[in-house]
Design a protein around this ligand. Sequence first.
Ligand SMILES: [Zn+2]
Length: 172
Amino acid sequence: MSNTKNTKTPAATNSEWVRRGQSKIHGGGLYANQDILAGTRVLEYVGERITKAESERREAKRLAVRADGEDGCVYVFELNARRDIDGDVKWNTARLINHSCDGNCEPQSIRGRIWIVASRDIEKGEELGYDYGFDLKDWRKHPCLCGSPKCVGYIVKKSQRWRVRKALAAES
Ligand SMILES: [Zn+2]
């Protein structure tokens, strides 16, 4: 991705661990193609390497869209102190992974690359999911359909979910 003038689109990323499928949660999703042990690097999260300034510009733009209740996906991950990676590119298969309130994966930064890593043992056929880490802001506009018993009903990062539960309890 260092040569941004290269117009050839890279092939979509893939790995022996995943297959694409129709998600019960939202649109397309990724599923375990075989049993996966906790700690396995399931798939690299690839994209465009961008500066922090460019990253902030793009995120501000996306947040404005998200506030309107549109596609609420998060694509930008921190690579290091100077660079981020924007995974909103067609060849980044990992972008298909949905948010889950009880995910089986987590994105990890490992030596200048982002990997989707199994956070627990995963059985063949399970849909992959991780915590999108959304802030509390505009939580009502992002209902969660993950279906896990731990689902709080909205896409909000784990550390903030108690606030959603409290707000919902106060209404009932
Ligand atoms: Zn959920």
